[in-house]
Design a protein around this ligand. Sequence first.
Ligand SMILES: [Fe+2]
Length: 197
Amino acid sequence: MLKFRRKILQASAGLLLAGPLFSQRHALAQTPACDDSPTPRQIEGPYYTPQTPRRSNLIDGLPGQRLLLEGRVLSADCKPVANAIVDLWSCDSEGVYDNTGFKLRGHQVTDAQGKFRFETLVPGAYGNSSFRRTPHLHVKVQAPAAPLLTTQLYFPDEPLNQRDSFFNPALLVKLQQSGQQAKLASFDFVVPVQAKG
Ligand SMILES: [Fe+2]
C-alpha cells in the first residue's frame, strides 16, 4: 500500500512538473502556421550584389557573433513553397558590406517543406549621427510564379530599432536562443501565391 501511495505521489509530482510545459505545447499547437498577410516589402538598399553563391554558411572566417537563421517560405494559404530562392546579404559586425566579393552573401533554395537555413553573423549597426541603421539582414525571395520579394529582417533585442525609420515589427525574427557566441533565429516568409496541392 505504501509502495502504491509513493507511486501515486511520484506520478502527481511528474504531472505538476510537466504542467507548464504541457500548457506551452498546447498554446503552441493553437498558433497558426502563418497568417495570410504577405511579408512586407522594404527597399533593397545600395549594397546588393547579384549572382551570389548557393551556400548555407556565409561567414568565410569573419569574426563576430554567429547567427543561425532558419525558416520557411509559405504561400498565402500557409503551404510550403519549394524551390524558392532565398538570397541573403548583410554587413559584418562592424557595419561594413563586402562590395567586392561575397562575404556574408549567398542564397539557398527551399526544400519540399519550404525550408531554408543560413549560418551567418549578427550584423552591426551602421550610419552616422543623423542616419543610423539598426542591425538588419537584407533578403530577396523569389518563389516560382510569384513576384520578387525584397525585404529586410530585424532583431527583437536591438535598442536602435525604435530610432530606425525603416524598422517594421512585422519583420522581426523570432529569437529561439541568444548568447554571446551565437543567436538562433527563425523567420517565415509569406509570398502571394497559392501553393499547388
Ligand atoms: Fe543595410
